[in-house]
Design a protein around this ligand. Structure first.
Ligand code: 4AD
Ligand code: MG
Length: 425
């Protein structure tokens, strides 16, 4: 039987079953009488130990080569693993020129170094772990929404007409929320961000949800907090080794920081309170905090620290700062909208969302203010034909991975990062 490394390692009472395993050599150790190989196929962090006698030519078996091994799965005598594969046949499928291969056996290469090899870095332990966590988190997010996942918004696709890459699926979700009360989408979105920051990509994945008959920001924030915590707990229980590897070698102390986030209730402050807090500390900033101005990354990070490294919702931003679709709070003299951002340790803004303006006349005014009246007649229509109070949010998936794993640069949590002037692969 053909087994994945993960399944081979999980074999309970290995007692000589004949199996076949395929993968890449992660280490070769040759002793007088025996040869030890470690083979990894991406299914787990741990590699499978293959034991061969000296009749196998170890020169053929280089670090990085792909192999197919047939043999017997047996209990290991060593304490380091439960099972090992006693090789009967080892076939090198593809040789690896180990001298030219950019990664060296047993060396822990920094993430910046690995980033130079987007076509090869997935062969390393650390990238393997990050991508397995990414995959688990994707599945966890889908299952968080599963009971309500009726609709997935299709990609825009036209022939011979100029098309645009979407910056968000929100408006399409709002259309759907006019018939299905809870919808979500999870896919690539695009921004022409001319930014070299460690938290911006030109193509990133966004989880977006839209909920109809939603009465308050409170209800929306509950879903946001639930998404973050449930997804994280699922990931922690489904791939603990991968998470631990990242925590241990990339971000010491991250395990505790994450636990701290999970066990506390997220905090809520208003934009106005946030600005007051920042003003008290303005000597720390390059950009002077001021009511009516956007929060900068440095401000966001300060606020999270100030809140004891617990994620914090900042709500009710000035109307003038936000897009036309956000719901007017009709307060004076500030004049704010029911917007919410979630700021998290290490990253800053992770979620953005709002209640949407469901009242026809308010929306009409806002569209006029933005010069969009003509283009958005269809959007106004949604308020003419059975409008309901609704709201939603978007969560940057790569920033989410950065936040839970403690990874400083967003380019390390997506297999092929696309950003300013860089679309290599
Ligand atoms: O705050 P944003 O721009 O919100 C929206 O697009 C709303 N229409 C979402 C909605 O309500 N349905 O983006 C949401 C999140 C941000 O908080 C951030 O985490 C992430 O998407 N994000 C980026 N991540 C990586 N690179 C970029 N250039 C990003 N821009 C936004
Ligand atoms: Mg935002």
């Amino acid at each position: 039987a053909k087994l994945s490394v993960r399944d081979a390692l999980g074999a309970q009472n290995a007692s000589g079953e004949r199996v076949k395993v395929q993968g890449w050599i992660r280490s070769v150790r040759s002793q007088k009488e025996v040869l030890f190989l470690h083979v990894n196929d991406g299914s787990s962090l741990e590699s499978l130990q293959v034991v061969a006698d000296s009749s196998f030519d170890s020169r053929e078996l280089a670090f990085g080569s792909s192999v197919e091994v047939q043999g017997q799965l047996v209990k290991s005598l060593s304490k380091r693993q439960n099972v090992e594969l006693k090789a009967e046949k080892i076939e090198v499928v593809g040789n690896c020129d180990a001298k030219a291969f950019p990664f060296k056996y047993k060396e822990r290469h920094p993430l910046e170094y690995l980033r130079q090899y987007p076509h090869l870095r997935c062969r390393t332990n650390v990238q393997g772990s990050i991508l397995r966590v990414r995959s688990e988190a994707t599945a966890a997010i889908h299952s968080f929404f599963k009971p309500s996942s009726k609709i997935k918004v299709p990609e825009e696709n036209f022939f011979n007409v100029p098309v645009f890459l979407t910056v968000s699926g929100q408006l399409h979700l709002e259309v759907m929320s006019g018939a299905f009360t809870q919808v979500f989408t999870f896919g690539p979105t695009f921004r022409a961000e001319n930014s070299q920051s460690r938290r911006h990509l030109a193509e990133f994945y966004m989880v977006e949800a839209e909920i109809s008959f939603l009465e308050s920001l409170q209800d929306l924030m509950q879903v946001m907090e639930g998404l973050f915590k449930t997804t994280t707990m699922t990931v922690l229980s489904n791939c603990p080794e991968d998470v631990e590897l990242c925590h241990k070698f990339i971000a010491p102390g991250q395990k505790d920081r994450l636990e701290h986030m999970l066990k506390n209730n997220f905090l809520i402050i208003s934009y106005t309170e946030a600005v007051e807090i920042l003003k008290q500390a303005s000597q720390n900033f390059t950009f002077t905090p001021e009511w009516g101005a956007d929060l900068h990354t440095e401000h966001e990070k300060y606020l999270v620290k100030h809140c004891g490294d617990i994620p914090v919702f900042v709500i009710n931003y000035p109307l003038a700062l936000k897009p036309f679709y956000m719901r007017d709070n009709e307060d004076s003299p500030q004049h704010t909208v029911a917007a919410v951002d979630l700021l998290v340790p290490g990253v800053g803004e992770l979620f953005g969302g709002s209640l949407r303006e469901e009242r026809y006349h308010f929306l009409e005014q806002q569209l006029a203010r933005s010069g969009l009246t003509e283009a958005y007649q269809w959007y106004l229509d949604l308020r003419r034909f059975g409008s309901v109070p609704h709201g939603g949010f978007g969560m940057g998936f790569e920033r989410y991975l950065q936040c839970i794993l403690g990874i400083d640069n967003i380019k390390d949590v997506i297999p092929f990062p696309r950003f300013t002037h860089s679309c290599l692969l």
